[in-house]
Design a protein around this ligand. Structure first.
Ligand SMILES: [Mn+2]
Length: 326
């Protein structure tokens, strides 16, 4: 922690990066840390390869997360909610980060490799037992005696809220709830965040959820509940991929299923898989995700398969998962 503070204190220009397909924790942690660092006079830029899903438009200063950035000298790069530059998904990331003095990684994903293996002046705050990167950012800002404004509170509470599935997943711990209580004291409201995240769906999106729910198949042998969404399903209803956020959690409410999988055919010929399970079901879905080139947490993880020649059907991927892992 003290090394991280030293890095920040000696840095004027700070670039904050997170992973591709940014989720609430990535976005909330970026915005919350940016506000905190700006409040002590730092020049901060936030960059994400993928646009921020519109469900997060309610967050303060969300437009400061840019999708375009020029390679320029940075004193410090802060990598949030992931630990490798490759996870940012940015083409030519090496050029963008080629000129920086220091690197700070703040993450809560279990891992064996981090960018600190490749970079000399690097500090990592990594704790896979923490519910969210937002909690780690909060601890750092507190340690730096940075005033937690209502805006910072809203951003970081959104990170905790989304990564704990609205305080329902098994990573919801006293530390997350204590942090949430601090944020509420600053004027942030869990109910408002919940409304913005969960209750802003379009009719078309709900109909598409219905199609996916209709398609669920369960496999009594391995306990998988699986469904899929094709790109044409989204096109026909005019639904954006980001509106599928949370769908896999609904599939995961089937009590007989040991784990759930949602396959989504996304743009640029990729098939995305989202996996969920519950602690008491005794399945580590990150193992499945890793075997397919992805990663994540034991009970919530994901992978992405290139399908440039459209050679793989959802059915083939489903079979491959069965064959390799179970
Ligand atoms: Mn996270």
């Amino acid at each position: 922690m003290q090394q991280a503070i030293n890095l920040i204190q000696s840095s004027e220009n700070i670039l904050i990066l997170s992973h591709k397909n940014p989720d609430g924790d990535a976005i909330g942690s970026m915005l919350g840390s940016a506000e905190g660092l700006k409040s002590i006079g730092k020049k901060v830029k936030c960059f994400s390869k993928d646009i921020v899903p519109s469900v997060f438009d309610f967050l303060p200063e969300v437009s400061q997360i840019k999708n375009k950035i020029n390679p320029e000298h940075q004193n410090l790069i802060v990598l949030l909610d992931c630990a490798l530059f490759s996870r940012t998904g940015i083409d030519g990331i090496e050029d963008i980060v080629s000129s920086f003095d220091n690197l700070l990684i703040i993450d809560h994903h279990p891992k064996n490799k981090t960018e600190c293996d490749n970079v000399k002046n690097c500090v990592e705050i990594i704790d896979h037992k923490t519910s969210s990167t937002a909690v780690l950012v909060f601890n750092l800002l507190k340690e730096m005696k940075i005033n937690i404004s209502k805006d910072i509170a809203n951003c970081l509470l959104t990170g905790i809220f989304t990564d704990t599935g609205g305080f329902q997943h098994n990573n919801t711990d006293s530390e997350s709830l204590q942090a949430a209580a601090e944020f509420m004291k600053k004027g942030s409201r869990v109910d408002k965040i919940a409304k913005n995240i969960f209750s802003t769906k379009s009719l078309a999106a709900i109909k598409l959820w219905g199609i996916a729910l209709e398609r669920i198949q369960t496999d009594p042998e391995n306990g998988m509940a699986v469904s899929y969404i094709n790109k044409s399903d989204m096109d026909n209803l005019g639904v954006k991929e980001e509106e599928l956020m949370g769908l896999v959690n609904v599939i995961n409410t089937i009590s007989d299923a040991k784990f759930s999988l949602l396959l989504t055919e996304s743009m640029n010929n990729k098939i995305k898989g989202s996996l969920r399970s519950e602690e008491y079901k005794g399945i580590d879905v990150s193992r499945i995700a890793r075997s397919l080139g992805g990663g994540g947490h034991k009970l919530a993880s994901g992978f992405e398969i290139n399908n440039t020649d459209s050679s793989k059907s959802v059915e083939e991927i489903r079979k491959a998962i069965l064959k390799n892992n179970l």
